[in-house]
Design a protein around this ligand. Structure first.
Ligand code: NAD
Ligand code: MN
Length: 357
């Protein structure tokens, strides 16, 4: 029997509506998987928390995560569009504090009712989550004369970060290969080393070394690489081609939002922030202030994120059941009105998915 203590961090806006939905999917799962049980703790995070306590990510939240929880679900935060003194994005802080070095985003079409869905897409973007341009070491200075002001930023790539993200991508590809039967797992290494020969060159060579090395020998992995701009072209033209894509932070950020567009709504796409000892599931969308509080948000991204959390905690069967129930719902059920052109609100979607669990 595995008893998991999970933190719920709804945050702001529709996070408050979709995270309870994800928690109810986990609770329902235990009726058909009695070896699993969950207890939940709700923890404060986000802009509302910042206005109340002066911190968007209170120390107590981090402490409770580290000491008491095995995994977490995070909703969304409303980040102000202008700089607010003392405010820092709590999810960025959380990734650092818990060393969640991989951001994993599965994008899958299911032949469902989403009007804008491209058929046959089933890929995973594995994004390095700790370095590259996101080390945020920027500076600006006067370039003199006509040049005017100049700003520059450090793009940092390390062997360690490249190695561990490549391993993660390889392991995901092998697991997908097993889950799908004999269809071959493939990893595409994305970079721009024709221009950035040192930084992206390092990422590329370390990733290739790991994926073609001893750990994955005999696993049947296909390893290929692609320059990021032509990758975007092919992702738009032939998204069915891809399986697992591994990328440094910035390219991974851009590719993963682009990939989410392939399945018709941000409200469908989950993610997991993964480290060696902790996993945080997180829907890809933000706090959606335009629809908050109305009970109409699509809870699927959050429910699938609960599946991702379980998958990366090693609960493959639980994850699979959540993914399957959602896919079946998308094919057969009444989908959300606000983003998919169906008739349902949040509560009906949750009810339909729980029934299929
Ligand atoms: P958003 O993802 O919140 O919304 C974009 C559009 O998609 C909106 O029209 C919204 O209604 C729709 N949408 C999003 N999720 C949906 C769902 N589950 N069901 C139905 N429709 C959905 O992005 P935004 O509008 O650019 O940002 C709003 C706020 O969210 C900002 O404060 C931003 O900083 C924050 N944000 C947070 C995160 C995060 O916490 N990880 C990510 C992105 C944006
Ligand atoms: Mn992004």
């Amino acid at each position: 029997r595995r008893a998991l203590h999970i933190a719920l961090m709804p945050g702001d806006g529709i996070g408050q509506e979709v995270i309870p939905a994800a928690a109810s999917a986990l609770r329902t799962l235990t009726t058909s998987l009695p070896h699993l049980s969950f207890t939940f703790t709700t923890l404060p995070i986000g802009f509302q928390t910042f206005t109340e306590t002066g911190s968007a990510l209170p120390d107590k939240t981090v402490e409770t995560l580290q000491k008491e929880c095995q995994g977490a679900l995070f909703g969304a935060v409303s980040s102000p569009s202008h700089a607010v003194k003392g405010y820092n994005s709590p999810i960025v802080g959380l990734r650092k504090k818990l060393d969640l070095y991989a951001n994993i985003r599965p994008v899958k079409s299911v032949g469902g009712k989403a009007k804008l869905e491209i058929p046959g897409v089933d890929l995973v973007i594995v994004r390095e989550n700790t370095e590259d341009l996101y080390v945020k070491e920027e500076r600006s200075f006067d370039g003199g004369g006509e040049i005017g002001r100049v700003a520059e930023a450090i793009k940092r790539i390390s062997e360690r970060a490249s190695r561990r993200i490549a391993r993660m991508a390889g392991q995901i590809a092998v697991r997908r290969e097993e889950m799908r039967g004999n269809k071959k797992g493939m990893v595409t290494i994305t970079h721009k080393s024709n221009v950035l020969s040192q930084t992206d060159g390092l990422f590329r060579s370390v990733a290739r070394e790991v994926l073609t090395g001893a750990e994955f020998a005999g696993k049947g992995l296909v390893v290929e690489e692609q320059i990021v701009d032509s990758m975007v072209y092919k992702l738009f033209r032939q998204p069915q081609y891809y399986d697992v894509v591994v990328a440094p932070n910035l390219y991974g950020d851009i590719l993963s939002d682009g990939a989410a567009a392939l399945v018709g709504s941000l409200g469908l796409v989950p993610s997991a922030n993964v480290g060696d000892t902790f996993v945080v599931g997180e829907p890809c969308h933000g706090s959606a202030p335009d629809i908050e509080g109305k009970g109409i948000a699509n809870p699927i991204a959050a429910i699938r994120s609960a599946g991702c959390m379980l998958e990366f905690m090693g609960e493959i069967e639980g994850a699979r059941r959540i993914y399957d129930a959602v896919d079946e719902h998308l094919r057969e059920g009444t989908v959300t009105a606000v983003d998919l052109g169906g008739k349902a609100g949040t509560a009906e979607i949750v009810e339909d998915i729980l029934k299929r669990l």
